[in-house]
Design a binder for this molecule. Sequence first.
Ligand code: GDP
Ligand code: IMO
Ligand code: MG
Length: 420
Amino acid sequence: MKIDILLGLQWGDEGKGKVVDALCPAYDVVARFQGGPNAGHSLEFNNVKHVLHLIPSGIFHPEKLNIIGNGVVLDPAVFKCEIENLGPTVEELAGRLILSAKAHLILPTHRILDAAYENHKGNLRIGSTLKGIGPAYTDKAGRNGLRIGDILNPDFMKLYEEHRSAHLMILSNYNLAYDLKEYEKGWFEGIELLKKFRIENTEYLLNNLLSQGKKILAEGAQGTMLDLDFGSYPFVTSSSTISSGACTGLGISPGKIGEVFGIFKAYCTRVGSGPFPTELKEETGELLRKKGSEFGATTGRPRRCGWLDLPALRYAIMINGVTKLFMMKSDILSGFKTVRVCTSYKVAGKTQAEIPFDNNVDIEPVYAELDGWSEDITGIRQYPDLPLNLRKYIGFIEDQTGLPITIVSVGPDRNATIFR
Ligand code: GDP
Ligand code: IMO
Ligand code: MG
């Protein structure tokens, strides 16, 4: 048995939460492999929308197991809020949500450091969600981190205080007002809550589940273009958002990877700073934002919107070894007379397929223009019933990427999903 991976191919918010929830009936286990409370994964059923940040998107299926892997950074305060908002009792949830002892903790001072660093960056601000992600992963890589397993150490309080002191020393160099006590209250309540859950070396558990023939879906957060190595550095997140991140973030060997499902919006969005070649800064972008309700699920910030970017999509497919594509938010493109797709970039007068290294290079997108469609497609459940021009749009992307689009999403609800 192999583990399948679902990950974002763009700048995050592709609809991972919705699609993991929709795919869940075919799996036994859902495991998050990286990121932390910077993620906001929305899913919708029975006319109620839920947003998850740390908890895997399989949690609304009571018979499925959910695992938070070692590659995640976890803020206990956020974890507590999320658990309390879910509905079922802690005891019930503890039976089907297991945490890696090796996942790193986001400390209250990590959040403050995030704000201090971001303020200091001036024009080079990343537009971080300010959830403490960068500082927590920095401490992990610097071998200064605290992990979930450490909370069971009788000397945990001492360890915590040592880390806090080190952070406060750094913070004394920044001119930033903060209320640490306020953060710490919820954080320590979260620590107590964490102790009610199974905390273990989930790499053994996951590999054992695989050998028992269980079907596992690895759920990515953020997107390939925000990857620490392959995104538009420094305008990226601090984790490995790509398929290899699922190996290191869960303890699964590359040979045990099955399908790599790459998900993308039928257009593009980005929240935060950084290059975005197809960004539409005029009324079409505004219209996409309005029709697509493109406001961040974690911070509420308006998302930047633009046409589909094939050079970026092909790059993401290459880096991840994507085997199948899922296209999300297809319904949002209904009503445009024509739709555009960027097929290559023009840099200094020359056409190129590659993404330039330098973020400051001027990129002129080269567009193909396709006829639009006007029908409301949110009620359609069979592929042949989709408007011809949408099917042509899908065919065009399949030709350009060489991969099949096997899911077409036509609305936020878990049922608004066309499987081909
Ligand atoms: P994630 O971070 O990848 O899980 O995506 P987000 O939840 O941050 O953003 C996706 C948004 O689009 C959410 O509000 C979803 O409810 C919504 N959504 C997902 N798929 C579709 C779709 O096919 N059509 C529409 N209209 N909305 C969708
Ligand atoms: P999901 O999982 C979209 C962006 C931030 C910022 C950059 C760094 O919901 O797709 P960080 O908080 O990691 O320091 O922010 O990355 N970002 C996201 N954008 N979706 C996300 O997650 C994101 N997580 C981080 O806006 O530009
Ligand atoms: Mg999101």
